[in-house]
Design a protein around this ligand. Structure first.
Ligand code: OOB
Length: 556
């Protein structure tokens, strides 16, 4: 029997009952749903990774073999596993293996470094960590060796690749372990988690000093994939291209790898979203369906060899993660055709998308509408009252796949959720006359760098530790390619100064944060503008950097 994790906020019993009665929560685990797909589609190709192609039958076997070995090492039954793999077959296998035995993947990214992993692995008390030996020039084994003494719960470091260091195990060697398979398979049945258990820990874009962990249950996350597949017209004959980091909620579960593999569809893994990688792959694999962020779609649009590759197989390019403005949306539809749609989603739950066949204007001007009939969305003012129809307000939401609280965050949950369980998204939206939502901005203090979310407070806390810094404010500055990048305004200590190069060195070498969080511009000031209550007036700083950039653009 599985033991439920403490620190998870459940849905109220009457609400849970309703979701079950209405069939949203099917009462099966993601592992069982995957097994059903294996049974139905054994000979179809499930995953393509470079030259490797595996059928559902083969994938099912691989997953079971890894699941048995994981269980044999205590990686089961609510234990947490840090996932930090690039887009490779082993990630898919290990993910499904965890879900089968009730181990909970923590959806970290290869870009995370000592600061993020050190904090998160400790916070969730992870007992295992999955890494490549090396990826994009970074030595993950060295990071593991360094962090390990700080992580008392960490029993296993599993490596995809050739190299190991003492205390780490190659995933391939684990598979070679001789164990009685029949014993193992019987064990799998006893390890099956409950559908209401946490299946996966997703990560919040984050607006606070420390990243927040989002518990997604088998019931709700399975529904997340299925209902998004329905709304966006994804089916078993689709070929999904995964070029975004695979553990992110969008490529993982909307409908993502998970949705595709429950339906008998095919997943094609791409090592990066670069047009030089993606465009030939679309042609070779006859890709039909692509989750993308605006920045990558714009890069594909502008690629000189864009039209050199056959892409007539594409039926859908869903763009989201950050705002796709109407102008690039029109350009994308002009280049790729009416296959381009929009998605506005969040790791906390709620998913909105435009629908196949929606009129051009709706697809270009809105971010879609909720995918479940039981998604409850409200647009409210600062007092929590509904705004007038068509006015801008904060989006709050609840529903059958939107969490009721972050993991082990009682204090923060009081602010992030209303008393009646709505999640305060921090996104400022308005309702389009068609009923769709238009994202107009946000209230939360983060920078959205081409879909990668940077918590301003998190970076500020790190910058403040620099000896030359008296005060800091990190704000978004507009960027033509990524939408936004981070700019750090700094008030130096008297007699000190600071350069961007030194700040970068400090954050990378001393504080060891993920590179995408680095401020990309530094502005020194003697003091900051303040609001009437004495807080740093970030709005003014954002306007200031925007004016500066415009002036530089005009003169340059
Ligand atoms: C997706 O998930 P997260 O958790 O990385 O980020 C969620 C936040 C939203 O609250 C919003 O601020 C922003 O990202 N966002 C958008 C957007 N899609 C997401 N802002 C403007 N326009 C959009 N289309 O980003 C995510 C999760 C599932 C599917 C797609 C994206």
């Amino acid at each position: 029997m599985s033991r439920p994790l403490t620190g998870v906020v459940p849905w109220p019993p009457d609400v849970a009952r309703r979701y079950r009665e209405r069939g949203y929560w099917a009462g099966v685990t993601i592992g069982e749903a995957f097994d059903d797909a294996v049974g139905l589609h054994a000979d179809r190709i499930a995953v393509v990774d470079g030259e490797r192609r595996v059928t559902y039958g083969e994938l099912g076997q691989l997953v079971d073999r890894v699941a048995i070995r994981f269980a044999g090492r205590g990686i089961s039954d609510g234990e947490r596993v840090v996932f930090q793999l690039p887009n490779v077959l082993e990630l898919v296998v290990a993910y499904l293996a965890c879900l089968k035995v009730g181990a909970v993947p923590l959806a970290c990214l290869p870009a995370h470094r000592h600061a993020e992993i050190g904090y998160l692995a400790k916070f969730v008390e992870a007992s295992a960590w999955l890494i490549p030996d090396e990826h994009r020039g970074f030595d993950y084994l060295a990071m593991a060796t360094e962090l390990r003494p700080e992580l008392p719960h960490l029993a296993e470091v599993l490596v995809v690749g050739e190299r190991t260091v003492p205390g780490t195990t190659r995933l391939a060697d684990l598979l070679a372990d001789p164990i009685e398979e029949s014993v193992g398979t019987a064990a799998l049945d006893t390890l099956r988690p409950s559908p209401s258990d946490v299946a996966v820990f997703q990560l919040s874009g984050g607006t606070t000093g420390l990243p927040k962990v989002i518990p997604r249950t088998h019931d709700d996350y399975l529904y997340n994939s299925r209902v998004f597949a329905d709304a966006s017209g994804f089916g078993r004959d689709d070929v999904l291209l995964v070029a975004l980091p695979a553990t992110h909620n969008f490529p993982l579960a909307c409908p993502g790898i998970q949705g595709a593999l429950l339906l008998g569809a095919r997943v094609v893994l791409a090592p990066s979203p670069d047009p030089g990688v993606v465009l030939p792959l679309i042609e070779r694999e006859r890709v039909t369906w692509i989750p993308a962020v605006p920045a990558t779609v714009i890069a594909w649009l502008n690629h000189p060899r864009r039209d050199a590759h056959d892409r007539r197989s594409i039926r859908a390019i869903y763009v989201g993660g950050s705002r796709l403005n109407p102008e690039p949306a029109r350009a994308a539809r002009a280049a790729f055709g009416p296959v381009v749609g929009q998605v506005f989603g969040m790791a906390e739950g709620l998913l909105c998308c435009t629908r196949p066949g929606d009129p051009e204007d709706v697809v270009v001007e809105t971010q879609g509408r909720p995918v479940s009939p039981d998604d409850e969305v409200r647009i409210v003012d600062a007092e929590g009252h509904d705004v007038e129809p068509g006015d801008v307000g904060e989006l709050i939401c609840r529903g059958p796949y939107t969490v009721r609280g972050y993991y082990k965050a009682t204090e923060h949950n009081r602010a992030a959720f209303t008393e009646d369980g709505f999640y305060r998204t921090g996104d400022m939206v308005r309702r389009h006359p068609t009923g769709n939502l238009v994202v107009e901005g946000r209230k939360k203090d983060l920078i959205n760098r081409g879909g990668e979310k940077i918590s301003a407070e998190e970076v500020e806390n790190l910058v403040l530790a620099h000896p030359a810094v008296l005060n800091v404010a990190v704000v978004a500055m507009p960027d033509p390619a990524l939408g936004e990048r981070a700019c750090a305004f700094v008030v130096p200590r008297p007699g000190h100064t600071l350069t961007l190069a030194e700040l970068t060195r400090f954050l990378v070498e001393d504080r060891r944060i993920a590179k995408f969080k680095l401020p990309e511009r530094l502005e020194l000031r003697e003091r900051f503008p303040t609001t009437p209550v004495g807080k740093v007036a970030k709005k003014e700083l954002r306007e200031e950097i925007q004016r500066l950039l415009e002036a530089e653009g005009a003169s340059g």
